[in-house]
Structure formats: C-alpha cells, structure tokens
Write a protein that binds this ligand. Structure first.
Ligand SMILES: *[C@@H]1O[C@H](CO)[C@@H](O)[C@H](O)[C@H]1NC(C)=O
Ligand SMILES: *[C@@H]1O[C@H](CO)[C@@H](O)[C@H](O)[C@H]1NC(C)=O
Ligand SMILES: *[C@@H]1O[C@H](CO)[C@@H](O)[C@H](O)[C@H]1NC(C)=O
Ligand SMILES: *[C@@H]1O[C@H](CO)[C@@H](O)[C@H](O)[C@H]1NC(C)=O
Ligand SMILES: *[C@@H]1O[C@H](CO)[C@@H](O)[C@H](O)[C@H]1NC(C)=O
Length: 204
C-alpha cells in the first residue's frame, strides 16, 4: 500500500513535469554546419520511422514533395532557468506531426541501442524526452553536470554543454536514413559513416 502510494506520487510527479513544458517558442528550422560541403547548410527534415515516429533526416538526402525541411519548436517550463547563461536553458525539442484529423506535438528523445555509441534522436508521442538547449549562438546542445571520466567522479555546480551531434547512415525499425545522431560519451562514433556537425536554430 505504502509502495503504491509512493509509486503513484512518482507517476503524478512525472506526468506533472511533462505537462509543464508548455511554453512554446516560435517555429524554427534546424540547419547543419559541417566541414563537409555536401552536409554544410543542409536543413533537417522529419522522416518516417514507423507509426507516429520520426527521425531528423538531412534534407536533400530523401525524396520529398514538400519543401525539403521541417520546422521544430522548443518547449520550456516555468521552472526552466539556465544554470549556465551562455549554454542556454534546457527544454524539449518538439515536432508537430500533422495527421489527417489530429496534430500531435512530439518531444525528441534519444533512442539508445545498448550495443552502439550512436544514439538516434526520434520524435514520438512519448512521456519521455531528452532535454536540449540552444546556446548564445543558437547551437543545440545537451547539458550535464556529472563527469565520470575522473576518479572520483566529478560534478559541477553549473551545467556544461556538449555538442556531440553527427550525421550518419542510420537504421531504425527497418528504415535506413542519413539522419542526425548523438554520440554517447567522449569517444568517436563507431559508425564509420558519421560526419561531425553542429545544429543551428534559425527562426523562420
Ligand atoms: C509544447 O507546448 C505546446 C503549447 O503549450 C503544447 O500544446 C504542446 O503539447 C507541448 N508539447 C510537448 C511535447 O510538451
Ligand atoms: C558552411 O556554410 C556557412 C554558411 O552557410 C559558411 O559560412 C561556412 O564557411 C561553410 N563552411 C564550410 C566548411 O564550408
Ligand atoms: C516563455 O519563453 C519565452 C522565450 O521563449 C520567455 O521570454 C518567457 O519569459 C517564457 N515564459 C514563461 C512563463 O516562462
Ligand atoms: C493542425 O495544424 C494546422 C496548422 O496550424 C491547422 O491548419 C489544422 O487545422 C490543424 N488540424 C487539426 C486537426 O487541429
Ligand atoms: C557554460 O557553458 C559553456 C559551454 O558549454 C562552457 O564553456 C562554460 O565552461 C560553462 N560555464 C561554467 C561556469 O561552467
């Protein structure tokens, strides 16, 4: 009984936390910056990975009848305050899936395959999200305060921004795309197709 009360309190806390990310930015495009001239300047476009699931593909790498890029939004909560002003406040990167008779705001979550260090950002109707931020230059980052590369593990009072974005050939539930990825940890991506990128927010 006691356990179930605690469990339901957690469930309540979790759902409240999700419901609070409702301060939504204006739509923006996500532009790739890279030393690779083919990739540099490309925009990200949502691409189908299954029912209601999208990855962020490199525009120009997939055929489309539309404009070749998607717009995204950034949702924060009233509790979102930057601990590091230059790195930016954290929140949800969202994509609005337009259905025949519905619109669904989907948060980005990193899909992690335990046998690879290359994680795939996907958008889906999920209660789970991976928080991102946009720094002073508009570059998308993921922040952390724990560094387990040291003994003892070190922590910082202020969040540190990481920019571990790559564009790689990806495989997810049967679909193969050239898509945005995030590399887990400090080592290079094990996927040899990966090209280093920065992801810049440009308001439309
Ligand atoms: C983002 O904010 C908008 C506006 O409040 C809201 O309708 C939408 O559900 C939010 N999206 C997510 C994934 O929380
Ligand atoms: C990438 O494109 C930007 C403009 O979109 C340009 O300023 C920059 O020099 C380019 N970088 C490379 C390596 O080509
Ligand atoms: C919502 O976000 C905007 C920036 O996108 C900010 O200026 C505003 O203060 C935020 N409002 C609340 C209630 O957090
Ligand atoms: C979805 O959003 C678009 C653009 O805002 C709007 O035109 C359309 O009516 C919406 N559809 C539904 C079912 O709400
Ligand atoms: C704030 O974030 C930037 C970018 O990650 C980092 O260079 C800087 O060290 C951070 N500031 C502090 C005080 O940690």
């Amino acid at each position: 009984m006691r356990f179930s009360i605690i469990a339901s309190l957690f469930a309540l806390a979790a759902s409240t936390a999700v419901a609070q990310y409702t301060n939504q930015s204006a739509p923006f495009e996500l532009v790739l910056l890279s030393q690779n001239p083919t990739i540099n300047g490309s925009k990200l476009i949502a691409c189908h990975e299954g029912a209601g699931i999208e990855a962020a593909c490199r525009g120009g790498s997939i055929a489309t009848s539309g404009p070749g890029f998607s717009t995204f939004q950034f949702n924060t909560s009233i509790y979102s305050v930057p601990t590091n002003e230059s790195a930016g406040v954290t929140g949800y990167l969202t994509y609005e899936l337009r259905g025949f008779n519905f619109n669904e705001s989907e948060p980005m979550v990193l899909s992690v395959d335990p046998v690879s260090n290359v994680a795939l950002p996907i958008f889906s109707p999920s209660y789970f999200a991976t928080e991102v931020a946009f720094d002073r230059e508009g570059l998308m980052n993921i922040q952390g305060y724990v560094d387990d590369r040291t003994i003892p593990i070190s922590t910082t009072m202020i969040y540190v921004a990481y920019y571990r974005w790559f564009v790689c050939s990806t495989y997810y539930s049967g679909y193969r795309y050239q898509a945005l990825t995030w590399v887990l940890g400090e080592f290079p991506p094990e996927n040899p197709s990966c090209v280093k990128v920065q992801v810049k927010r440009v308001f439309v």
